[in-house]
Design a protein around this ligand. Sequence first.
Ligand SMILES: [Zn+2]
Length: 69
Amino acid sequence: MAFRFEEIKSYKTVVICDDCKKETLICYDDLPLNFNDRMNGALSKNYTFKNYGDGTFKNYCEDCKSKYE
Ligand SMILES: [Zn+2]
């Protein structure tokens, strides 16, 4: 009998609302998501992605986003 054991690392990416701090899972992947994939993932979970133009980016969940529009 032969066995081989490997440790497989994966990264769980969670978007956190900048208002109520609600967390929503975006995905598990073997590498942390890059900026664009994080933003697209947040949008796909009905979070907004707001660019304040001064280098500040915020994510707001479905419940909070109307406060910031
Ligand atoms: Zn929220």
